[in-house]
Every structure is written in structure tokens, then in C-alpha cells.
Design a protein around this ligand. Structure first.
Ligand SMILES: [Zn+2]
Ligand SMILES: [Zn+2]
Ligand SMILES: [Zn+2]
Length: 120
């Protein structure tokens, strides 16, 4: 005697999930913060994001966050970037990429990064 292992037919999944569609413009117009730099047409919905963006126009010497390590003149637009960089000096992650500002705690991780990101 055969026992059919097949379960009863599963109910067909119809389009019962009513996902709310986004993308339509809401009545509230969000405040747009435009970049004040001539020739730049970037727009941001948050003032903070705009401020972060404006830093990218600044020459490196005017970036707001400087590395506190003696003898290092690197400066950064974002505090988090500075903190990440400073770990290079403390030895916490002392394998810094020679192409960008990413640093790694292990040399093989950096090697992986070279291959993945910089195609070295
Ligand atoms: Zn801009
Ligand atoms: Zn530094
Ligand atoms: Zn890199």
C-alpha cells in the first residue's frame, strides 16, 4: 500500500499582499537645501546632509576634523572618518590601504580589499 507523501495542494498565493505604494509626491513639499557653491546643483532634504556636502568643496586644509596625531596633517570632513583614521596611529588597526583611507587590523584583510576595491 502506497502512502502519498505529497501534501494537499498548497493554496495559490494570489496578490493578497497589499503593499503600500510609495513614490507619489505627498502634499507636503519637503524643504530643499541647495548647495551654495556656484556650479554645483546638488540638493538635499536635510540641512545636515547639505553641510556635510559643502565640506567636500573645501580644500583639504579647511576640513573641520584634523588628525590629532603629532606629525600627521590629515584632515577629514566627518568626525567618524577622523576617528577611523586615528586608529592607524594607535596601532589598533595599523594596516592602512595605500589608495584610500580604509584601514585594517590584519594584512590579509587589506589584501582582500586591494583585490576587491582597487583591483590590484
Ligand atoms: Zn555642492
Ligand atoms: Zn593621522
Ligand atoms: Zn582602499
Amino acid at each position: 500500500m502506497r502512502v502519498s507523501a505529497l501534501p494537499a495542494q498548497a493554496p495559490a498565493i494570489t496578490g493578497s499582499t497589499t503593499a503600500k505604494r510609495r513614490g507619489r509626491k505627498s502634499n507636503k513639499t519637503p524643504t530643499i537645501h541647495k548647495c551654495i557653491i556656484t556650479g554645483c546643483s546638488s540638493e538635499f532634504d536635510r540641512k545636515y546632509t547639505l553641510q556635510q556636502h559643502i565640506f567636500t568643496h573645501l580644500p583639504k586644509s579647511q576640513r573641520p576634523f584634523a588628525c590629532t596625531h603629532e606629525g600627521c596633517s590629515k584632515r577629514f570632513n566627518r568626525w567618524a572618518d577622523k576617528m577611523r583614521h586615528e586608529r592607524v596611529h594607535t596601532g589598533e588597526s595599523s594596516f592602512q590601504c595605500k589608495f584610500c583611507e580604509t584601514s585594517f587590523s590584519r594584512p590579509d584583510a587589506r589584501l582582500n580589499h586591494y583585490r576587491r576595491v582597487h583591483r590590484e
